[in-house]
Ligand binder design. Structure first.
Ligand code: GDP
Ligand code: IMO
Ligand code: MG
Length: 468
């Protein structure tokens, strides 16, 4: 059976930790989308591992697969594998031959286009993710399988590189170097291909995973990013270029939807919001220069800034990949209702309730005030009984930006010995925190499987284990 782990919000919900926890009983952990824009933290034996590409299960000796829906930068892949080997691990990583390769010109163009886009820039991680998925959809991409076939690699590069060079030089007026040089790219990527072949790393992902399932093994599907930065279901254009939502798990691995649908789909929720990147955020507290639209530090409320700084520091809300301070806000329930529907969650893991401990009051954006006449498609959106409040996200980001959150306040909870709470179980969680958790679970009509009370693996209250 499969267990699919999906970010319910804007990424960084603590997916890596949950994969590590529930992945213990899995034989294989496969990523189905994204690339080295992910930053998944796993704490194992007191050691912290920050993984961008290698599936989180690899730290614990599971077979890690990068599915066909991923975009793979071989340089990052081998750096991560080598770094794990230096720390005494022996990661077993397989890569789908159908996965697309991130080439140096993709990274260069990611940076160039972000600069050019100005207000429309998503604040990307600069890893070349968007340009690589563009080439995949444009049928001019290079796939992992091509790295093992010198003639195919040469043919593809000869077609695509002059176009990319012209784009950079003639459209954007930039100078280009090695990143746009066919011979250099061919030599370098052939070598990556040879290493992939020598280490027997490439697979036909769907067949590989199905065979493991048929042999009664358990497969975990590890989503990166989150539902609200999904290219179809997120806050376009401030999104990533793939589908972190559960549908991506089938397309991005080659397992059928019925296979994935027979398993569990666990939504990972952070007990508040964090966001690296741009675009609106109705429940935002304070703001971050360069990311919050039209942010004016002089006009910001001191109380909100203080609260935001407190949560940012307590939660270590600085980007795993880029080190950027993350924007923070209260939990956004319309965003979560949207995620629960788009993914069909069977269970929830709610993390970081320890970070909010010690606050007098914890708020959530329960609904949005939004003028129904603003958009025809909102006529059929979920609304409160009196019809004035929107209970889920509107379909365009511009409409979302006009939504004002209506908050619900919960009494805060005290800071406690969270490791002891994790050991004792759910009932040891402070009562006010349980009220908060149960509100989320009731609103989403989905049971709580786990509650994160600290960054360590042991700091998780397990309520339910997916395959039992
Ligand atoms: P991912 O991208 O979803 O895997 O999440 P990240 O690893 O980018 O960010 C989550 C951060 O929060 C990591 O530093 C985790 O160690 C940490 N973390 C995860 N769960 C909890 C929790 O319940 N409480 C606290 N305090 N930290 C947590
Ligand atoms: P994990 O897996 C949070 C955001 C970027 C940017 C947008 C597009 O750690 O949860 P991209 O480089 O993907 O083209 O950037 O998506 N973003 C993430 N935000 N967590 C992530 O991954 C993210 N991966 C991309 O900040 O706004
Ligand atoms: Mg992350």
């Amino acid at each position: 059976m499969t267990v699919t782990i999906v970010g319910a919000q804007l990424g960084d919900e603590g997916k890596g930790g949950v994969v590590d926890l529930y992945g213990d009983t899995a034989d294989v952990v496969a990523r189905y989308q994204g690339g080295d824009n992910a930053g998944h933290t796993v704490v194992h034996d007191g050691e912290e591992y920050k993984l961008s590409l290698v599936p989180s299960g690899a730290v614990r000796g599971k077979v890690g697969v990068l599915g066909n829906g991923c975009v793979v930068n071989p340089e990052t892949l081998f750096e991560e594998i080598d770094a794990l080997r230096e720390r005494g691990l022996d990661p077993d990583v397989r890569v789908a031959e159908r996965a697309h390769v991130i080439l140096p010109y993709h990274r260069a163009l990611d940076g160039i286009e972000e600069e050019e886009k100005d207000d429309l820039a998503a604040g990307t991680t600069g890893r070349g993710i968007g340009p690589t998925y563009e080439d995949k959809a444009g049928r001019r991409g290079v796939r992992i399988g091509d790295l093992l076939d010198p003639d195919a690699l040469r043919d593809r590069l000869e077609y695509v590189v002059p176009q990319k060079k012209a784009l950079a030089e003639e459209v954007f007026g930039k100078e280009t170097g090695e990143a746009f040089d066919i011979d250099h790219l061919y030599d370098t990527y052939r070598e990556f291909g040879e290493r992939l072949a020598e280490e027997d790393m490439t697979v036909d992902c769907g067949t590989f995973l199905q065979e493991r399932i048929d042999a009664d093994e358990s497969v975990m599907l590890e989503g990166a990013q989150g539902t609200s930065i999904d290219i179809d279901h997120g806050i376009y254009p401030y999104v990533t270029s793939s589908n972190p939502t559960a549908g991506g798990a089938t397309v991005g691995t080659g397992l059928g939807p019925t296979v994935v649908g027979q398993g569990e789909v666990i939504g990972i929720i952070k007990a508040y919001l964090s966001r690296v990147g741009t675009g609106p955020l109705p429940t935002e507290l304070g703001g971050v220069e360069g990311q919050t639209p039209d942010y004016d530090p002089a006009g910001a409320s001191a109380d909100e800034e203080e609260l935001a700084t407190y949560i940012r520091d307590e939660g270590g809300e600085y980007g795993t990949v880029t080190g950027r301070p993350r924007r923070v806000g209260w939990l956004d329930m319309p965003m979560l209702r949207h995620a629960a529907r788009a993914n069909g969650f069977t269970g929830l893991a709610i993390n970081h309730i320890d970070v909010l401990a010690g606050l007098d009051e914890v708020k959530v954006g329960h609904s949005y005030e939004f003028d129904a006449a603003d958009s025809a498609s909102n006529q059929n959106a979920a609304r409160s009984d009196d019809g004035d409040e929107l209970l889920t996200m509107p379909p365009t980001t511009e409409q979302w930006g006009r939504c004002e959150a209506t908050f619900k306040a919960f009494d805060g909870w005290e800071d406690v010995d969270w490791a002891a709470v994790a050991e004792e179980g759910y009932d040891a969680i402070p009562e006010n925190a349980r009220t908060y958790l149960e509100y989320v679970s009731d609103e989403l009509e989905t049971p709580i499987y786990a509650v994160g009370v600290g960054p360590g693996r042991e700091e998780t209250v397990i309520v339910e284990t997916p395959d039992e």
